[in-house]
Design a protein around this ligand. Sequence first.
Ligand SMILES: Nc1ncnc2c1ncn2[C@@H]1O[C@H](COP(=O)(O)OP(=O)(O)OP(=O)(O)O)[C@@H](O)[C@H]1O
Ligand SMILES: [Mg+2]
Length: 288
Amino acid sequence: MELIISNVMKNYGKKDVLKGVSFKMDNGIYGLLGPNGAGKTTLIRILAGLIPASSGQVLYNGKKCDKEYRAKLGYLPQDLDFYPNFTGRQYLEYVANLKGLSDVEADRKIKELAEQVDLTDDMERRCVNYSGGMKRRLGIAQALLNNPEILILDEPTAGLDPYERIKFRNIISVFSKDRAVLLSTHIVSDVDSVAKKIIMIKDGKVGSMEDGRAYMQRMNGKVWECSIAPDKLMGFQKNHVISNAVPNGDMIDIRVLSNSRPHEKAVNLEPNLEDAYLYEFNYKEAMA
Ligand SMILES: Nc1ncnc2c1ncn2[C@@H]1O[C@H](COP(=O)(O)OP(=O)(O)OP(=O)(O)O)[C@@H](O)[C@H]1O
Ligand SMILES: [Mg+2]
C-alpha cells in the first residue's frame, strides 16, 4: 500500500491553511507533529475524504481516492461524539452497520476489538459515562471495524493521563504492524519512540519527513546546559529558547537551544526530539 500526498493546498477565502503539503506513506506509524492551528486537522480531513483540497492530489496505490480508498480507511476525529443512550456495544454495532459489515462479522469483530482495546467488561455500559481514555479506546475500536489499511488519528491522546497515553500508544503500535497510521499530535512523546517517520507541520507547510533520530542529529551542537542566577532568567529568555529550567541551590540550571555557545560556561548536551521540535517551531522565529 502506498499513499502519496502531492502538493495539497487548502484555502478558506483568502486564508491559506495548507500551502503545498507533500509526503508519502506506506506501512508503519507516521507522526504529524505541529502546534495549534498548524493545519493538522485540515490535512487529516482531506485525507479522510471529508473535505476537498483546493488543489493538489492524494493518490492511493497510484489512483485517485475513490470508494475503494474510503473502504480501506479508518478515521478517528479530533472531537468524537457519542449518542448519549448508546452502550459501547451499541455504538460499535451502529458504526459496523454504517460500514456495511454483516451482523455475524460485526459480532466477531466487536468481540475481538473490545478485547484488544481492553473494553470487554465495559461494552454494556453507556459510553457517555466512559472516562476520557475509554472513549478514545472506543474511538480507535470504531475506526478499526472495517480492518482498514490506512488509519488516521487526529490528536488521539489529547486529554489523556500518562498511563492512558502509554496504553493508547501501545495499542497503536500493535495495530500499525500491517497498516499505515497517521497520527497527529502536538505532544512530542506521543510519536518520539513509536513513529517511523515524523512530519513537522507549521503554518500549513511541512518540512522534510524524517525519522526522529535525523531531527535529533541535526540538533547536535545546538543544545546547551548552563547555570544562571534566577534574576537573569527572564532577560536570558528574551534572547534564547530555554527548553528546561531546574532550580539548583542559588542558581537555575537551564537547557538552552542556540546555534552558538549561549554562556561562557555552557556545555553541550545530547539533543532529544523535544529540542528539535522547539527549535523548529520557536527558535527560528525567536532568533529571526
Ligand atoms: N472551516 C474553516 N474556515 C476558516 N478557517 C479554518 C477552517 N478550518 C480551519 N481553519 C483555520 O485553519 C487553520 C488550521 O486549522 P486546523 O484545525 O487544521 O489546525 P490544527 O493543526 O488541527 O490545530 P489544533 O492543534 O488546534 O487542532 C487555523 O488557523 C484555523 O482557524
Ligand atoms: Mg486539530
